[in-house]
Every structure is written in C-alpha cells, then in structure tokens.
Design a protein around this ligand. Structure first.
Ligand code: ACO
Length: 427
C-alpha cells in the first residue's frame, strides 16, 4: 500500500510515496532522491534504512513482538517442531501432516555428506573454531553442486533442502573431529533434533538415548533462532545473494557474519563472561560497573539490541526454558544464579533503563546448551543451525522477486581531492 508524500529537504522538494506495511509500519520511498536532488542519504549502521520489503517476519521492537508469517513466536515455540518452522518460513504456511512428512523425508535424504568431504575435516587443526569449519564446509558444497539455477524453482528447492539436511551433519562432525571422536552417521528413524543429538553424542558401542527434555529444549532453541528479519547475517545473505552468487557461498557468508561477538557470537561470550564472574568470586556488580564506565570498552554480552527497546520475547521464553531444563536434570548451575543477578541489577539500574538495554536471545541460551553437553565454542554453530531456514527464506524471497537488484550502497567520499603522481624517486 502506498500514499503520495512531498518531502522537503533543505531547498529540495521530493515527490515520494509513503509505503505502509501490513502492520502499519511506514517508510518513505526515496528511490528518486539522487536523480532528483543529486544527494544521497547517510545512515551508518542502517538504523533508519529499509533495504527491502519482506513477507516473512514481523518485529515490533518497542512492544517486544516477534512473529513468523503472522504467528506469535510464543505459540510457535510451544506447539511446533523445528522442521514445521522451516516449512512455514520457506513456504508461507504451516504444513499439514502429509506436507510435513514429505518435507522431513526430503531433508533426511540430504543428511549424509559426500564421503570425500569427510576428509576435509582432517585438514583442520584440532583447535579450529567450529564456525570456521562450518563456513568452509558450506561453501565447499559449491564444488560438488555447481548446477545451480536461480530461474528454476525445482533447483532452488533442491539447493535449499540440501543445506537443511547437510548443515547439521557438518555441525555435528566438526564437534566429533575436535574431540578426536569417530563420525556418527544419521539414522533414518530419528527426527531432525534427535538425529543431531545422536550424531553429536552416540558412540560406536552405544546409541545416545535421546533425553526428551533436551530434545524439547533444543527444538525450542532452534525455533526461537529461526528468523529475525534484516539482522546482520540475513542482510549479508541478501547482499551476497544479490550478486547471484551460488547459494552455498551465500549462506557461508551469512555464517561468517553471524560469528561476530556483536551478533550470534555473543552467546559464546556470555558464558565466558559468566564463567569469568564466577571465577572472580561471583562479584557481578563489579562487571555491571565496568559496563557502565564510559572509560572502559567493557560490555555485558547478551544485553542490548538494535531493534528491541523492550524485553526480547525470545529471551523471556529461553530464560523460562533454562530454569525448566536445569530443574528437570537436577543441575545446580552457579552461572544461572549469576545471570539472574545480572539481569535483576540491569533491569533496575538507570544506565540500562535509560538506554533500554534488556537481555537478548543470547543471554540464557548458553546455559541450556551447556546443560546438554555442548561445548562453549559450538554455541554459535547452534545459532547458525537455527538461523539457516531464515537465511534460506530471505534468499529465496529476494531472488524470486523480479524487482530485485544487486545491492550496492553509496558513500560520501572524504579522502584526498585530485592530486598528481610523482615518480618514486621524487616522493
Ligand atoms: N553493555 C553495556 N552498554 C551497552 C551494551 C551492553 N551490552 N549495549 C549497548 N550499550 C550502550 C552503548 O554503550 C551506548 O551507550 P551511550 O549511549 O552512552 O553511548 C548505548 O547503550 C546504545 O548502544 P549502541 O551500541 O549504540 O547500540 P546498537 O544498537 O548500535 O548495538 C548491540 C546493539 C550491538 C547488540 C549492542 O547492544 C551490544 O554490543 N550488545 C552486546 C553484544 C550482544 O549481546 N550482541 C547480541 C545481540 S542479539 C543478536 O545479534 C543475535
């Protein structure tokens, strides 16, 4: 929907349209700005810039609302399996049981990785970060599947399903390799989450007995991470994909963007921070003061968000799940107490209240992963596993949109003005 508008910018008047989204979000269409005025906009960090229109996910950061395809995240988290969410994000509707069965079978068929690719793992040092391995393995898939065609819906679908099947095997294999353990192959009778736990924790003598509490918690975490509209890694996927780079290379770029500690890498940093506080005698107030100190670069990882200026709805669900999992497993994790104390102090401290800094999705997730036996350096891989259907859905939405263009921002140049080159001896 659009209304016309006139924007007065200094001496310029721009005929614009006001674009209104289905939840009444509004934006100025400035596509005619440069041709009309010779000026561009400058918005470092893109806090005011909409780069696309999308049907997939709605966030109201002020109210703390997150919905996938219109469904509240809380309902999806309570009622669905992760593969149903993959289907919802990709195809726009929740699957019926036949569609769900067919979709799960297709993913299962793609779980195994090419035997040659198993040897790739031998090339990495044992200390390699699993995110380095994951991004390399995903882009390496382009070497095995080069017949991509973004004009062919069946081939697009095959590429998507292949990644949904194989990324979790790469993730589990990177863990096995870094622990000197043999690879465990997926089993056809297990579902997505059970298979991942099996590939991580079974051994040659004994199959891992899926603990329903852990399987349920992992399913929940994957759902809560599945999409978050135009975040840094999804925007990266759209940026790289806009050049029509192949899907494997494109998703690998998203994985790299996710790795940063200001984005998905924060979940690893949170647990490292909580452990540091624990080892420092539990004095969490000292760390809160460090985070408030303008002369220090210290941050409380797991706090703050570009979009949420209210409690992150995902953090709310995850903190309750963390309590449930620890109770059910009878685990008394001192990190949970430190986390709750940090949250309490931050929610009542002027510094955090004024800046609207609340716990984000990464604050409590590591406590659950840790209870599952997943090592800290795998946490961001777990995030990638969850975010994969979101990246794939945004990629497909973009490449199937006939109006889609290569993404190419502009800049305001601030370097030297024209000067002449002197021969090397005269410089
Ligand atoms: N601890 C202490 N102070 C903080 C924190 C924090 N975690 N986050 C923001 N602030 C302060 C900033 O110093 C700034 O203060 P100022 O106004 O006095 O200068 C103010 O709050 C606004 O912060 P910005 O950095 O401008 O906020 P921005 O939207 O650019 O950044 C971000 C958001 C990157 C998430 C930031 O809050 C942060 O670094 N948090 C910690 C890392 C983290 O948890 N990242 C995961 C985010 S969720 C996700 O990506 C999956």
């Amino acid at each position: 929907m659009s209304d016309s508008a006139k924007i007065q910018l200094n001496k310029f008047e721009l005929d614009s349209r006001i674009i209104t989204g289905s939840e009444n979000e509004k934006g100025f269409d400035i596509t005619k700005l440069r041709p009309t005025t010779g000026h561009i906009t400058l918005d470092p960090g893109y806090g005011n810039t909409g780069a696309c229109m999308s049907d997939i996910t709605f966030i109201d950061g002020e109210k703390g609302i997150l919905r996938y395809r219109g469904y509240p995240i809380e309902q999806l988290a309570e009622k669905c399996k992760f593969t149903e969410i993959c289907y919802l994000l990709l195809y726009g509707e929740l699957p019926n049981s036949n569609q769900q069965e067919l979709f799960s079978q297709k993913i299962k068929k793609e779980q195994n990785i090419h035997e040659d690719m198993k040897r790739f793992f031998d090339g990495f040092p044992i200390t390699a970060h699993p995110m380095a391995i994951l991004s390399a393995m995903v882009t390496s898939l382009s070497a095995y599947h080069s017949d991509t065609d973004i004009t062919n819906p069946d081939k697009i679908d095959n590429d998507i399903i292949r990644l949904l099947g194989k990324v979790k095997s790469f993730a589990a294999f990177s863990y096995r390799k870094s622990h000197g353990l043999p690879f465990i192959y997926p089993q056809p009778e297990l579902n997505y989450v059970e298979n991942f736990l099996h590939m991580m924790f079974s051994d040659a003598q004994e199959n891992y007995e899926t603990d329903p509490i852990l399987a349920e918690a992992l399913n929940l975490l994957l759902i809560l991470h599945a999409d978050h509209e135009q975040n840094c890694s999804t925007s990266t996927v759209r940026m790289v994909g806009s050049s029509q780079a192949n899907l494997h290379a494109t998703i690998s770029a998203g994985i790299s963007a996710l790795w940063g500690p200001l984005h998905g890498g924060a979940n690893q940093r949170v647990i490292e921070m909580l452990e540091q506080i624990r080892d420092d005698g539990g004095d969490y107030k000292k760390y809160v003061n460090m985070a408030k100190d303008k002369n220090s670069d210290y941050k409380l990882f797991g706090f703050g968000h570009r979009v949420y200026k209210n409690y992150d709805p995902r953090a709310k669900v995850i903190s309750q799940a963390a309590e449930r999992v620890l109770k059910a497993l009878n685990v008394d994790d001192p990190l949970m107490d430190i986390a709750k104390n940090l949250e309490h102090i931050a929610l009542n401290d002027n510094y955090f209240v004024q800046r609207k800094l609340y716990p984000n999705v990464d604050f409590y997730s590591g406590i659950i992963y840790k209870a599952m036996g997943i090592p800290t350096n795998m946490f961001t891989v777990m995030f990638a596993l969850g975010r994969l259907p979101g990246w794939l859905s945004h990629w497909r939405e973009m490449i199937t949109d006939p109006k889609s263009k290569i993404n190419r921002p502009r800049q305001i140049y601030t370097g030297p003005i024209l000067r002449n080159v002197k021969p090397v001896g005269d410089r």
